[in-house]
Ligand binder design. Structure first.
Ligand code: BES
Ligand code: MN
Ligand code: ZN
Length: 502
């Protein structure tokens, strides 16, 4: 399916379905006005009769009307002009996507006149339209014997004025790349643990490197990690028949010697809890415990497709957390690559054990910044729910860069404190540090643990346990978050560096 920008008079656009926005209690949008004129008042009549009031996500499908070239018109309510926000815009996109599916449209033309979104920023409007429609049309069928019926749609046209076209075109390129990255991430997340193993993730990284000239990848097996002293990462996979992997994906978009930005993902391909076994209910959802890795993979896809002119390294710490006769036991002490020893009081706090060695490993890249992404704690869900991910860092600038990237991309992160007071909760009588910090402030103590391994560079941690997948019903499945946030952050970094160079 392709997106394209079109220009011209709205009444003469040849299309199966023309989408027009109607604001609640407001005058007709410019496009609606043009159609109204071309059709001798058909639309104003309809609105005066109260057939559509413009309430958010309300819709009305009209068959061909005289004077208008489009075969059908879909009127979509945009809500009140002063209540415009991303959530309403998303409802509009949902309504449009619903029509694409139920009418089996082959193509559609969308003329919202920039009124659906809270900002007049055409680039942002178009990007969201692309990303959200693609997300609405996503279907998972990788492990179904009967493949999903492919939707008929092969072209989505967006009407823009001549002056907005250039901005719109660049939004199409970036939006498509990010949407594709989200799909990659969702597919990986949705795959079951018996298929999506650490080895499988490594294979996917190799395929990505084959696909893009800018990408190279390196896979460390258990022997290589042993040689590096990654006793903590390796301890997580000890109870599993699946070997652990450290996956390093490099996008070489900048000067050879330019410092990279690094993103590190938790790739626990299934988390049983290990010997500290999880309860049975909903344990299947622990196949999603590699969603940090999936967002790294999705983001690497997106930035390679956009060919960002900076160096970016994605690292995935992949292991399966199983109980077994060789599994790590509560009280076991492991030695991390950094040399610090860890008392594993709870084998279910394994994410931090795989991440800490990956975080030490990336020191060698002398990174500009490091962001790790992990489904790290149930506690972050208690603290923040399912709408925003947790953001923990002591780097004020990185904090504001990540939160504003999240706001812009509508993939938000919310800060939690990473204060020294919490550090002592990790004290251990038998090792340098314990891997859990007691029942309170779990998302914070988890980040405190990671902070012990990130002193060599600027670092932030994103806890996506509440946002990476939906739990219930038809919506159950991976969300592709936070590919938009990470892609936006890296897009901004690239833009900053380009202006610095000038
Ligand atoms: N992968 C889980 C975190 C998780 C739990 C994500 C539920 C989403 C839903 C992580 O490995 C874990 O088990 N964390 C423990 C930490 C605890 C033992 C300190 C948790 O959150 O319960
Ligand atoms: Mn766990
Ligand atoms: Zn886990």
């Amino acid at each position: 399916m392709d997106f394209e920008i079109v220009n011209g008079a709205v009444a003469s656009l040849e299309t199966e379905c023309l989408v027009i926005g109607v604001e609640e209690g407001a005058v007709l949008s410019p496009s609606a006005q043009a159609l109204d004129q071309a059709s001798q008042g058909y639309l104003s009549n309809l609105i005066n009769n109260g057939d559509i009031k413009g309430k958010s996500a309300e819709s009305l499908l009209l068959q061909k009307i005289n004077g208008v070239a489009a075969k059908r018109i879909l009127l979509v309510g945009l809500g009140k002009a002063d209540e415009r926000h991303d959530r309403n815009y998303k409802k509009v996109v949902k309504t449009i996507s619903g029509a694409i599916k139920s009418l089996s449209l082959k193509e559609i033309t969308i003329a919202l006149d920039g009124l659906a979104s809270k900002t007049p920023d055409t680039y942002r409007q178009v990007r969201h339209l692309v990303e959200w429609t693609t997300a609405e049309l996503y279907q998972y069928d990788r492990t179904k014997s009967k493949k999903a019926d492919v939707y008929a749609i092969n072209k989505i046209a967006i009407l823009l004025s001549d002056k907005d076209t250039e901005e719109g075109e660049s939004a199409l390129v970036d939006g498509t790349a990010i949407a594709n990255g989200m799909n990659v991430s969702r597919d990986l997340g949705n795959l079951p643990g018996n298929i999506c193993t650490p080895t499988y993730l490594a294979e996917q990284a190799k395929e990505l490197a084959n696909e893009y000239d800018s990408i190279t990848c390196e896979i460390l097996d258990e022997d290589a990690m042993e040689n590096l002293g990654m006793g903590s990462l390796l301890s997580v996979g000890h109870g599993s028949a699946e070997p652990s992997r450290l996956i390093i994906i490099k996008h070489n978009g900048g000067e050879t010697d330019a410092q990279p930005h690094v993103i590190v993902g938790k790739g626990v391909t299934f988390d049983t809890g290990g010997i500290s076994l999880k309860p049975g209910a909903k344990m299947d959802e622990m196949k999603f415990d590699m969603c940090g890795a999936a967002s790294v993979m999705g983001t690497m896809h997106a930035i390679a497709e956009m060919d960002l002119p900076i160096n970016i390294i994605g690292v995935i710490a992949a292991a399966e957390n199983m109980p077994g006769s060789k599994a790590t036991k509560p009280g076991d002490i492991v030695t991390t690559m950094s040399g610090q020893t860890v008392e594993v009081l709870n084998t279910d706090a394994e994410g931090r054990l795989v991440l800490c060695d990956a975080l030490t490993y990336v020191e060698r890249f002398k990174p500009k910044t490091v962001v790790d992404i992990a489904t790290l704690t149930g506690a972050v869900i208690g603290a923040l729910g399912n709408s925003v991910c947790g953001l923990l860092t002591n780097d004020e600038e990185l904090c504001s860069e990540l939160s504003s990237a999240g706001d812009y991309a509508d993939d938000r992160a919310w800060r939690l404190p990473l204060l020294d007071e919490y550090q002592e909760l990790l004290d251990s009588n038998f090792a340098d540090i314990a891997n859990i910090g007691g029942p309170a402030g779990g998302a914070i103590t988890a980040a405190c643990f990671l902070s012990r391994f990130t002193k060599a560079y600027r670092w932030a941690h994103l806890d996506i346990a509440g946002t990476a997948w939906n739990s219930a019903g038809k919506e159950k499945g991976s969300t592709g978050r936070c590919v938009p946030l990470l892609s936006q952050y890296l897009l901004n970094q690239a833009a900053d560096e380009m202006t610095d160079d000038e």
